[in-house]
Design a protein around this ligand. Structure first.
Ligand code: NAD
Length: 352
């Protein structure tokens, strides 16, 4: 039995998360996968029920789950004096160290490139992003009004575990290739340590191949010829930029799912925000949230040795492919006329 938490988030989260859960439940039913679902308050509803946008109750309950799906947080929907900044602290509490972002094109969806199928792994527990990765104080300081200093942290443990996750994913894919993106010749110690750990982990995966590309050249190659990349692993700030570039070459935010993973838990979360401009209209594209849920099943299948979860993930993947290829039930941003609910229903129906 798997335990999965549900945090709806705000604005379009209230529309796309139910579609994601509906699709996950249908796939679980097809495979006989036993899941206990629990809805938990986070964001505005946490503030209303518990006086805090990240209630201790929710944190305690999430700790008992195998993972959870999380809708986007709409920071304007709760009072500004609430102290909580939700996502970086939540990631830190559960030591969710890698953000996994697939970048995949579809033949009939408008995109800069076709036949793209890349999985990015961005390290998110250390690196350059001070506020999200430092326990106390900040990784930035200004000793006088003329100088500002930012620090960047790379540890052997941090680099090793994200590289390991990348090779585990590569092993499940036909090309079995991991590209480590860094700039070792310039940042000899920090990028050097990241590159060294990737090389070390690669030796434990003799069935996979490691390539290395310097980050600036990678940014260009990604735009000009993304087909050469399979699984890509990189540090926090490089990944922050490159994953957005990746989403851009295959059609943008509506098609950008994501999974944040740790040693024990994973959080399914699409890249997009709460989109208040289209909230409440039942027109948001549920693809990114649904495919984030699909990734959670795939991860649980691998990490919990639960073949039914792997099977459920494959069922969702196939059903989504079918609905996109048929192009009869797509939301407006994908060139269709379907509502959020109709696209979710079509994906469930495509499971047969
Ligand atoms: P956004 O991603 O919410 O929206 C940007 C544009 O993309 C909008 O025009 C929106 O309508 C469109 N869009 C986004 N998701 C879509 C979908 N699924 N289907 C169709 N169109 C979609 O970014 P924003 O407007 O900068 O941010 C809105 C709120 O979301 C802010 O409060 C921001 O802080 C928050 N945010 C939360 C998260 C998170 O919790 N993970 C991430 C990013 C932004």
């Amino acid at each position: 039995m798997l335990k999965i938490g549900i945090c709806l988030g705000e604005d379009i989260g209230l529309e796309v998360v139910p579609e994601c859960v509906k699709v996950m439940k249908a796939a679980a039913a097809k495979t006989g996968l036993d899941v206990e679902w629990k809805e938990l308050p986070l964001g505005r509803v946490g503030h209303q029920l518990h006086g805090h946008t990240m209630p201790q109750y929710t944190v305690d309950e999430l700790a008992k789950t195998d993972g959870w799906v999380s809708g986007p947080i709409g920071h304007n929907t709760y009072p500004r004096n609430d102290p909580t900044w939700i996502m970086p602290p939540l990631r830190k509490k559960f030591d969710l160290f890698a953000s996994i972002k697939p970048v995949r094109s579809y033949p009939n969806i408008k995109s800069i490139h076709k036949d793209v199928d890349i999985v990015f792994l961005r390290e998110v527990s250390e690196g350059m992003l001070a506020s999200g990765t430092v326990i106390a104080g900040s990784g930035e300081f200004r000793p006088n009004d003329e100088i500002s200093i930012g620090t960047r942290v790379v540890t052997r443990k941090g680099a090793n575990r994200v590289a390991r996750e990348a090779f585990e994913i590569a092993r499940t894919r036909p090309r079995k290739t991991v590209c480590s993106v860094h700039k070792e010749p310039v940042y000899r110690l920090v990028c050097g340590m990241f590159a060294e750990e990737c090389r070390k982990v690669a030796k434990e995966f003799p069935d996979c191949k490691l390539t290395e590309v310097l980050v600036d050249g990678f940014a260009m190659k990604l735009v000009m010829n993304p087909h050469q990349f399979d699984v890509v692993v990189t540090t926090n700030q490089f990944g922050d930029i490159l994953t957005d570039e990746g989403a851009g070459i295959v059609g943008g935010l509506g098609l950008a799912p994501g999974l944040c993973v740790g040693e024990k838990h994973a959080m399914a979360q699409a890249t997009h925000g709460s989109a208040p401009d289209i909230a409440g209209k039942n027109i948001a594209n549920p693809y990114a949230m649904i495919m984030s849920g699909q990734m959670l099943f795939e991860w649980l299948g691998r990490k919990r040795s639960e073949p039914k979860a792997t099977e459920a993930a494959a069922i969702i993947d196939k059903a989504v492919d079918k609905v996109i290829a048929e192009a009869k039930h797509l939301t407006g941003d994908l060139g269709g006329k379907a509502s959020t609910t109709q696209m979710g229903d079509a994906i469930v129906a495509a499971m047969g």
